[in-house]
Design a protein around this ligand. Structure first.
Ligand code: MF3
Ligand code: CO
Ligand code: CO
Length: 306
């Protein structure tokens, strides 16, 4: 009996014993299985991190990077909350810049937009028909306006990028509709983020919903990898086809930031070379979060309710 049992356990069945993700790798490298052969097709194959860098220029994030981006994200959300609490008809977009700039610096961070490719302010503030990249200035916020505030603090070298569209005073029906559609677009886009899905799945979900509500999706500006820099690979369009594009894998970090217009999707850029407005002057709204692909789905590193 003893001999039989030893023989069975010692030779035959052992091969079928499942190696745990955190167990030492059976190849003898001394690494955990999940850090070694679990992510390789065969010993000697490139790991996912090197593969995504070489093939797509995508930098998969390390644990410490993710913690850093999450901290920057908390500051970004606190900044949006502060702006929301201060919003009132009669204030200027410059006033929002002052709030964002001072709060960012007080918290030991740097506002990424300031001097980015010549952008002159610390935050993008985009009112009504402005799609994105509005430059803070003397424009007054009026009752019934919608205003998007897009913040990107750099904290300890890590970037988190997030925006929200707020109502100023009491919104009309058009304002409520476009803000509702844009918020749902981000929510649906995020719901597609999990390992094995593709970038095209995200764009498809957004476009399908927005157009179903008789709105249009801006093509010229897209989501992007973020974290170690402001704009990294991959590009994340808010339109596309199911199953197309790069396959999502754990530790990718990118934004989803659909800009949705009540009228047509065409835009023009003002003489300041930044401010993008709808060609037909229709309202445009946007929501943006920085999203981490996890082992079984996603986590927003700039979380807020949608
Ligand atoms: N925050 C914007 C984005 O979501 C980029 C703004 S670039 C700036 O990608 F220079 F206008 F700030
Ligand atoms: Co962005
Ligand atoms: Co942004």
């Amino acid at each position: 009996m003893y001999t039989k049992q030893e023989k069975t356990n010692g030779s035959m069945n052992n091969r079928r014993v499942k190696v745990g993700r955190n167990d030492p790798c059976p190849c003898g490298s001394g690494l955990k299985y999940k850090k070694c052969c679990l992510r390789k097709k065969a010993p000697g194959d490139e790991n996912l991190k090197d593969q995504y860098l070489r093939r797509y220029n995508i930098r998969l994030k390390e644990k410490k990077d993710i913690e850093g981006i999450r901290r920057a994200g908390r500051l970004a959300i606190a900044t949006l909350d502060l702006v929301e609490a201060a919003l009132r008809p009669g204030m200027t977009t410059e006033d929002i810049n002052t709030i964002v700039h001072d709060f960012t610096v007080e918290n030991g961070a740097v506002p990424a937009p300031l001097n980015y490719r010549g952008f002159p302010k610390s935050v993008c503030v985009s009112v009504n028909e402005v799609i994105c990249h509005g430059i803070p200035g003397e424009r007054l916020l009026n009752d019934g306006d919608i205003v998007n505030v897009d913040v990107t603090p750099i904290l300890d070298g890590y970037y988190a990028d997030t925006n929200k569209t707020f109502f100023v005073g009491t919104p009309g029906a058009d304002a409520r509709k476009i803000v509702d559609v844009a918020g749902n677009c981000l929510k649906l886009g995020m719901s597609m983020v999990r390992p094995g899905n593709t970038i095209g799945d995200i764009g498809w979900a957004i476009q399908n919903y927005a157009e179903g509500r008789k709105c249009s999706v801006v093509r010229e500006f897209i989501g992007h990898g973020v974290g170690l820099d402001f704009h990294e690979a991959p590009q994340v369009p808010h339109y596309g086809r199911k199953g197309e594009g790069i396959v999502l894998v754990p530790n990718m970090v990118f934004t989803i930031e659909p800009m949705v217009n009540l009228g047509k999707s065409s835009l023009r850029v003002l003489k300041d070379n930044w401010t993008a407005v709808t060609k037909d002057s229709s309202l445009s709204a946007q929501f943006e979060q920085t999203i981490l692909v996890t082992e079984d789905g996603n986590e927003s590193l700039t979380p807020y309710d949608l």
